[in-house]
Design a protein around this ligand. Structure first.
Ligand code: NDP
Length: 327
C-alpha cells in the first residue's frame, strides 16, 4: 500500500489522540506506539496496535515514514526532538514559546545532517493560532493582534493549586473576558491589561479539616499564577470534581483589528472551541505528518514550523482536486 507509515513516540494524552486521528485519515497507517515505560503496561486504544519500547526505535527506521513526538515540552522534547530528528522525519508540539528559537536550532542540525524533515511546534498554540497571527499582521499591517485563550483547562495552573496546603484536588479554567472580546471586535484597537483579558476559575476539593478561607487566599494571591488576575475559587466535593471537571476543554480566539484607510476598520477572527485539547492537537499533528512526508520527498530537509508549510500539503486531496473543490 502507499499509506504514510506513522510511529507514535510517547503515549500520554496526545499519543492517544494521535492514534485516534490516524484512524480518521485513510492515507495513514500506524506502525506502532513507542514508550519509555514497559510496553506491557501501556494499553492502546485499538487492540491491533503494537506497543514497543522506545529503545528499539532505531530498528524501525525503514518502516516509519514519520514519527510523531508526543512527549512533554518541558522535559521530554528537548532531549527526544534532536535525537529522533537524526533518524526520522518528525512532527512535534513543542509549546514553550520563549524557547522555540533554541529548540528549532537543536533539531535543525541533526535533521539536516541526516536528510530528515522536522516540523516543530505544531498544534493550535503554537500552531494554528500562530498562522492566524501571521495572516492578520501580513494582511493588515496597520493594526493590532489579540489572542484570548479559553474556556480552557490549564494543566500548569491546576498543578499549582494542588500544591497549596489544604487542597486535596482541583482544576483551573482560564476564561476570556467577554467584554474585552467585544471591545476588540468593535475595531477600536483597545489596550488591554492582563487582568482585563482573562479571568481564572478554580474548582477545589479541600482536605478534611482544611481552612477554606486560608486556601482561597493562598490561591488568589499566588504570584505569577493568580495574583495578576481576577480569580474565583469554588469548593466542590470529590464527586462533583470527578463528574463535572474530568475533561480537557480548551480553545480561544485570535483577532486582528486593523485599518486599511482612515475611513475603514477591518476585523479578522479565528476561533476554536475544543472539547478535547489533546485530541484536537493530535489531529493537527497528523495533518502535518502528511506535509512532513511530502516536504521530505521534495528534498526539503531540516527543522520547519507551521509558517513553512504550504497549506495544500496538509490535505489528503491532490492539488488538482483542491483547485477544483475548495478554491
Ligand atoms: P502527558 O503528560 O499525558 O504525556 C507526556 C509523556 O508522559 C508521554 O509521552 C508518556 O511518555 C509519558 N506518560 C504518559 N502517561 C504516563 C503515565 N501514566 N506514567 C508515566 N509516564 C506517562 O502529556 P500530554 O500528552 O497531555 O501533552 C504533551 C505535550 O503536548 C505537552 O507538554 C504540551 O507541550 C503539548 N501540547 C501542545 C499544544 C499546542 O497547541 N502546541 C496543545 C496541547 C499540548 P512514555 O509513553 O514514553 O512514558
Amino acid at each position: 500500500s502507499n499509506q504514510i507509515r506513522i510511529g507514535i513516540a510517547g503515549y500520554g494524552n496526545l499519543g492517544r489522540g494521535v492514534e485516534a486521528a490516524i484512524a480518521k485519515n485513510p492515507d495513514m497507517a500506524l506502525v506502532g506506539v513507542f514508550t519509555r515505560r514497559s510496553p506491557e503496561s501501556v494499553t492502546p486504544l485499538f487492540p491491533q496496535a503494537q506497543v514497543h519500547s522506545t529503545s528499539l526505535l532505531s530498528e524501525f527506521r525503514d518502516v516509519v515514514d514519520v514519527l510523531i513526538l508526543c512527549g512533554g515540552s518541558k522535559d521530554d522534547l528537548p532531549r527526544q526532538g534532536p535525537e529522533m530528528a537524526a533518524m526520522f522525519n518528525v512532527v512535534d508540539s513543542f509549546d514553550t514559546h520563549a524557547r522555540i528559537p533554541e529548540y528549532f536550532d537543536s533539531v535543525d542540525a541533526p535533521a539536516r545532517a541526516n536528510g530528515k524533515t522536522a516540523l516543530i511546534s505544531i498544534g493550535w498554540d503554537p500552531g494554528m493560532f500562530s498562522i492566524n497571527r501571521l495572516y492578520g499582521e501580513a494582511l493588515l499591517p496597520d493594526g493590532a493582534t489579540y489572542t484570548f485563550w479559553g474556556k480552557g483547562l490549564s494543566q500548569g495552573h491546576s498543578d499549582a493549586i494542588r500544591r497549596v496546603p489544604g487542597v486535596k484536588a482541583g482544576v483551573q479554567y482560564t476564561l476570556p473576558s467577554s467584554e474585552a472580546i467585544e471591545l476588540v471586535r468593535s475595531g477600536s484597537r483597545p489596550e488591554l491589561s492582563t487582568r482585563q483579558k482573562h479571568t481564572r476559575e478554580c474548582y477545589v476539593v479541600l482536605d478534611e479539616g482544611a481552612d477554606a478561607a486560608a486556601v482561597e487566599h493562598a490561591i488568589v494571591t499566588m504570584p505569577n499564577y493568580f495574583a495578576d488576575y481576577d480569580t474565583q475559587v469554588h469548593f466542590v466535593s470529590e464527586e462533583v470534581l470527578r463528574r463535572e471537571h474530568g475533561r480537557m476543554p480548551h480553545g480561544g480566539f485570535v483577532i486582528r483589528s486593523g485599518n486599511t484607510s482612515e475611513a475603514h476598520a477591518q476585523v479578522i477572527e479565528y476561533s476554536l472551541q475544543l472539547e478535547s485539547n489533546p485530541e484536537f492537537t493530535a489531529s493537527v499533528l497528523v495533518a502535518h505528518a502528511r506535509a512532513a512526508y511530502r516536504l521530505n520527498q521534495q528534498g526539503q530537509y531540516g527543522a520547519k514550523t507551521a509558517f513553512d508549510v504550504p497549506p495544500g500539503l496538509l490535505s489528503i486531496k491532490s492539488a488538482e482536486q483542491l483547485r477544483a473543490e475548495l478554491l
